[in-house]
Design a protein around this ligand. Structure first.
Ligand SMILES: C[S@@+](CC[C@H](N)C(=O)[O-])C[C@H]1O[C@@H](n2cnc3c(N)ncnc32)[C@H](O)[C@@H]1O
Length: 291
């Protein structure tokens, strides 16, 4: 029978040899996952025994982590906006910088008695679930092209008991929203990588879903943004907004496209100082009547 302390050390060593960025953190989370304890208990329970069955399971997980499989996929869940969410390889792992959309979007609609929101490309449902928990009177339509991603989003919506306020729809951009035409806020974290882009980390490209990463149009990777900027005015109330996560080096292009289409724009940076989110406020009247 092995004990936790030495097992932890050997996992760290294997992960270091495999070139992991954060071997101690990975080892702690993987051990906690296998033993069904809190990560903080890994250090305090170092004398605890680890069964052969748990060792075998751990061995498989460490091997996968060594091959670069994201920790979130191995744990099966990940935290976003301090909310636990189910995550599988069918969805993008929610990123901390995306929380800026939740922070900004919920502040914008704080005083709205009945906000209507659409989340385009919902993936795990992270943005929709977080906005729904922040805005208890909001109704949210969350769209994705991926059936498999929507299945994960459905588990997260149910996990947080939001089935009555978050509706999941399958299809391209705003197309499935035909029966619910106008919104106060359309929010999106689009796919914006072009295949072969050197900025893309190898592990991300190898393990996260292509549909979540790549813009299908050939070109600068900003086709999703252009299509959304074109379609959104017809789906926004006057003074409604489109809130977009920005690609690191396409921010200026997206901003110019939004201005050219008649939006008033405001940009915010993330904690790393990177231009991360663009608020595009619609001033026209091609949308519906305010509720
Ligand atoms: C960058 S991921 C964002 C996922 C999630 N909102 C997040 O922030 O973690 C983009 C998502 O858009 C979806 N998607 C890609 N093309 C789409 C399209 N044409 N219409 C709707 N969803 C699409 C992908 O399946 C993926 O879930």
């Amino acid at each position: 029978m092995s004990t936790l302390g030495p097992v932890f050390e050997s996992v760290v060593l294997r992960l270091i040899r495999a070139g992991a960025d954060a071997p101690h953190l990975d080892a702690k989370w993987l051990l906690a996952h296998v033993l069904a304890i809190e990560p903080g208990e890994v250090a305090t329970q170092s004398g605890r025994s680890v069964s052969a069955v748990d060792l075998a399971r751990l061995d498989g997980l460490v091997a996968e982590r060594g091959r670069g499989v994201p920790l979130a996929y191995l744990l099966g869940e990940w935290e976003f906006w301090s909310l636990p969410l189910f995550v599988t390889s069918d969805v993008l792992v929610p990123r901390p910088e995306t929380e800026l959309l939740v922070e900004w979007g919920s502040a914008l609609l704080r005083d709205d008695p009945e906000p209507r929101i659409a989340d385009i490309g919902t993936g795990s449902g992270c943005i929709a679930v977080a906005l729904a928990t922040m805005l208890p009177a909001a109704t949210i339509d969350a769209v994705d092209l991926s059936t498999a991603a929507l299945a994960v989003a459905a588990r997260n919506v149910a996990r947080h008991k939001l089935e009555d306020r978050v509706r999941l729809l399958e299809g391209d951009l705003l197309a499935p929203l035909a029966d619910h035409p106008v919104y106060d806020l359309i929010v999106s974290n689009p796919p914006y990588i072009t295949p072969g882009d050197p900025r893309l980390e190898a592990n991300v490209a190898a393990h996260e879903p292509a549909l979540a990463l790549y813009d299908k149009e050939v070109g600068d990777g900003l086709g999703f943004y252009r299509r959304l900027l074109e379609a959104a005015p017809g789906r926004l109330f006057p003074r409604g907004s489109l809130l977009l996560e920005l690609p690191e080096d396409g921010a200026a292009t997206v901003r110019e496209s939004a201005e050219a289409r008649g939006f008033t724009v405001e940009m915010r940076r993330d904690l790393a100082g990177i231009e991360r989110a663009l608020l595009c406020q619609w001033n026209g009247f091609s949308g519906g009547t305010p509720s």
